[in-house]
Structure formats: C-alpha cells, structure tokens
Design a binder for this molecule. Structure first.
Ligand SMILES: [Zn+2]
Length: 198
C-alpha cells in the first residue's frame, strides 16, 4: 500500500467517525411507549446503540461472505425475538444495558480486525449479543396485541438495518479496497466508549 492509499483510508476513517458524531448526540432514545407498530419500527432506528450493532452485524456478515451472509443476520434477528419473549415473561437476563454497549464494541472489533469465524461460531456469537437487544424491549412491552405489533415493527427495522450493513459491506468490498470497511469497524468500536459514558 502506498502513501496516497494510506492517506485516503485514514481520511475515510475520520470521515465516517465525523459523519457519526451528530448522531452520537443520541445514544439511546429510551423506551417510551412500547406499544404499536410505529413505535416498534422507529425505536431501533432512533438509538445509536441499536443502529451501530445492527448495521455492524450486516457488515461483518458481508466481510465473511458465503453462507454467513444470511445465517449471521438471521441468527441475530431470531435470537433477538427470543430475547424479547424472555423479556415479556421476565426471565432474569443480567447486564442488559452494558450488554448492548458490549455488542457494539465486539462487532466493531470483529469488523476492524476482519475476523473470519466458522459460520456456526459467528452465528452463535451474534446470537449471544442479540439477546441484550431483544430483552431490553420485551421487558417493557405490554403482553397484548399492541405489544406484539411493537415487536413486529422492531424486527422489521432490525432486518432493514442488517440489510443496510450487508449492502455497505458488499459495496465497500467490491468497489474499494476491502480494508476500507475495516475503518468503519474502528469507528463503531470507538463509539462504544461514548455509549458507555452516555
Ligand atoms: Zn432500545
């Protein structure tokens, strides 16, 4: 890699970090109303912690490619839904909020280091992190039809964020040097520090 390429990559890393900073003002939108489709759909998109983790799942899946492309995001969505159910019936899952921040850190590091795991291991890891995203919300959802609609909206938004990450990862690897996307991982990992203190 020559000096110019290094400079371009550093610039892109700084650019991504700066682009994220206005959003950084809102770490988590809190869990106001947990009823209805619209609230469910807008919640993951409104909180930086969910956005970063869910986009990161897609990016990491794109980095690994092949079967991981769909198994990894599917594992996150599936386990998150189960986590939500655990929340509704109030099974004790400790460390929910730190768990969400941890998920952002871990996924950022995986992308930054371009870690390649066997598909099942990566699905298990992502599934473990998804528990925290689902549980935090299921615990506050009313166990009524409106709570169910909240869950459906939440899951749909999560799938869209995964797809955004997949698209980003695939495009970055096709049209730029594949290392470029690793800077997004660095930015994601660093923003977990903000989420932690916020
Ligand atoms: Zn939340």
């Amino acid at each position: 890699m020559n000096k110019l390429q290094q400079r371009i990559m550093t610039f892109c890393g700084v650019f991504i970090a700066t682009a994220l900073s206005p959003v950084v003002a809102q770490a988590h939108t809190g869990h106001g109303s947990t009823a209805g489709f619209v609230n469910g759909f807008t919640h993951p998109i409104g909180g930086l912690d969910h956005i970063l983790a869910m986009v990161a799942v897609g990016i990491w899946a794109a980095q690994m490619g092949s079967a991981a492309l769909w198994i990894v995001p599917l594992s996150f969505v599936g386990v998150m839904a189960l986590g939500g159910i655990a929340g509704v019936v109030a099974l004790p899952v400790p460390f929910v909020e730190p768990g969400i921040v941890l998920s952002v850190l871990v996924l950022g590091v995986l992308i930054a280091a371009a870690v390649q795991l066997p598909v099942m291991a990566s699905a298990l890891l992502v599934g473990f992190l998804a528990v925290f995203h689902g549980y935090a919300h299921g615990a506050e959802m009313p166990d009524t039809g409106s709570g169910l609609l909240y869950g459906v909206g939440f899951i749909l938004a999560t799938i869209l964020l995964h797809l955004a990450g997949l698209g980003l990862g695939i495009l970055a690897q096709r049209f730029t040097r594949s290392q470029l996307i690793r800077f997004a991982g660095v930015a994601i990992a660093l923003s977990s520090i903000y989420l932690w203190v916020a």
